[in-house]
Design a protein around this ligand. Structure first.
Ligand SMILES: Cc1ncc(COP(=O)(O)O)c(C=O)c1O
Length: 433
């Protein structure tokens, strides 16, 4: 670690001659313009994720001593010799020049998320979809083919189905757990496997290490959307993914009050994606970065509470006579329970279950008093929605059934409320059916 980073984030390594970096990824670069006061300490020995969530990337204001990263509400930065040199020599991402290129408030988030994923680098975007579209387009050559899941988040599916073909890319959709089917779908121009770590709404677990083996064998890039599991649930990069993406609007921020996204991986891939962020313009505003960084600080305790609440709610529902089926990876009855135990350190807060039919599900939602009827997930408040009239409204009842989504299917994002209150709310609502 370059010690100069600590006091002077904009300082460069000594002995760097003009253009001496050409064709060398390491060249004169630091790992971004870090201002984190604890960066050296964080890299000197293993630090637990809860501590990283609080300290990595954050810094105190050197001029006032204010604790916590200031909000750098600026569009632009003073240009000095060092900034001109960064532009000239092609390492503009490492210096502050203009806020679409980079801003200290963005870097505070990026360093924190990179530390939590055990990655070299990260980029923050104005939405999960901005992260997905920029990352996917950056990692493909012209005419490339992608293999992806037939249970993708709808926004990603729309991007893959409606946008990618018009740009000359093709996508094959497969069962995310059919490894033989995935391998059989590989074509000479396949470049990427793109999957979600936990599927919506049935919460199936995708075998990331097995996908990574396939990707390595066939020289493909493995991209995983880990939104549903969070960095504290799954060590996605350690399991062999090349890039991990999150909708930070969910668990990472955790308070349902902003839209953001991140991609995380090696410096090589993130450097490749950064020009797309500049070109498509999906940068995150400094104030939203401040909120996201603040949210991230409590990720560890929130995830513990989400998991605890979801587990209690899932167990309660499993023995309720009005409930036909419960899907929660922490339950032994879940088809992927063993894989979930192997891959996940935290099962997160999603619970899906089925009552008799869609009419009963609607009545249930209308009767709940504590849980809010809304899409999205990962916030401190419990949210509940029905796949049939939200995420899977475009499918017929038959198609949903073939996908394994039963009639009366209810999806819940369990918040951090006391699980006893949530169970009471569910219990009263189920009693009316
Ligand atoms: C798994 C998953 N990925 C990506 C997204 C898109 O994120 P955003 O809404 O932040 O653009 C969502 C949104 O619900 C999601 O559930």
């Amino acid at each position: 670690m370059d010690k100069q980073i600590k006091g002077d984030p904009l300082a460069i390594s000594p002995g760097v001659g003009k253009a001496s970096w050409t064709n060398k990824l390491k060249r004169s670069r630091i790992a971004g313009p870090s201002m984190s006061a604890v960066r050296d300490e964080l890299s000197s020995h293993a630090i637990y994720p809860a501590t990283l969530a609080v300290h990595a990337g954050s810094h105190d204001d050197p001029s006032t001593g204010a604790v916590g990263t200031p909000i750098y509400q600026t569009s632009t930065f003073i240009l000095g010799e060092e900034q001109y040199r960064a532009i000239e020599e092609g390492y503009a991402r490492d210096r502050f020049i203009y806020s679409r290129y980079g801003n200290p408030s963005q870097w505070a988030v990026q360093e924190k998320v990179a530390a939590l994923e055990g990655a070299e680098s990260a980029l923050v975007f104005s939405s999960g979809m901005a992260a997905i579209s920029a990352s996917v387009l950056a990692m493909l050559d012209k005419g490339a083919h992608i293999i992806s899941s037939n249970e993708l988040y709808g926004g990603t599916y729309s991007f893959f189905h409606h946008e990618l073909p018009s740009l000359g890319f093709s996508v094959t959709y497969v069962d995310p757990r059919d490894l033989a089917g995935i391998e059989a779908a590989i074509r000479p121009n396949t470049m990427m496997l793109y999957f979600e770590a936990m599927t919506n709404p049935l919460l199936k677990i995708v075998d990331i290490p097995a996908l990574s083996e396939i990707a390595k064998k066939h020289h493909l890039r493995l991209v995983i959307d880990a939104t549903f599991v969070s960095p504290l649930g799954c060590r996605t990069l350690e399991h062999g993914a090349d890039l991990v993406i999150h909708s930070a609007s969910k668990y990472l921020n955790g308070h349902s009050d902003l839209i953001a996204g991140v991609c995380v991986g090696s410096r090589k891939y993130i450097d490749q994606i950064w020009p797309r962020l500049l070109a498509f313009g999906g940068c995150l505003d400094p104030h939203a970065c401040f909120l996201l960084e603040r949210g991230l600080k409590t990720l560890a305790i929130r995830m513990r509470a989400h998991e605890e609440g979801a587990s209690q709610v899932a167990h309660f529902l499993s023995s309720h006579p009005k409930v036909q089926q419960v899907f929660y990876p922490g339950l032994e009855t879940h088809p992927d329970h063993l894989l979930a135990k192997k891959l996940l350190k935290n099962m997160a807060g999603m619970v899906t279950f089925a009552v008799e039919n869609d009419a009963a599900a609607i009545k249930l939602l209308d009767t709940l008093t504590l849980m809010r009827q809304a899409t999205s997930l990962g916030g401190v408040e419990s949210l509940v929605s029905l796949p049939y009239n939200t995420s899977h409204a475009a499918f017929t009842a038959d198609q949903r059934l073939r996908m394994g989504i039963p009639p009366g299917c209810v999806r819940m994002s369990i918040g951090i409320e006391d699980p006893r209150d949530l169970i009471e709310d569910l219990s009263s609502a189920l009693a009316t059916l």
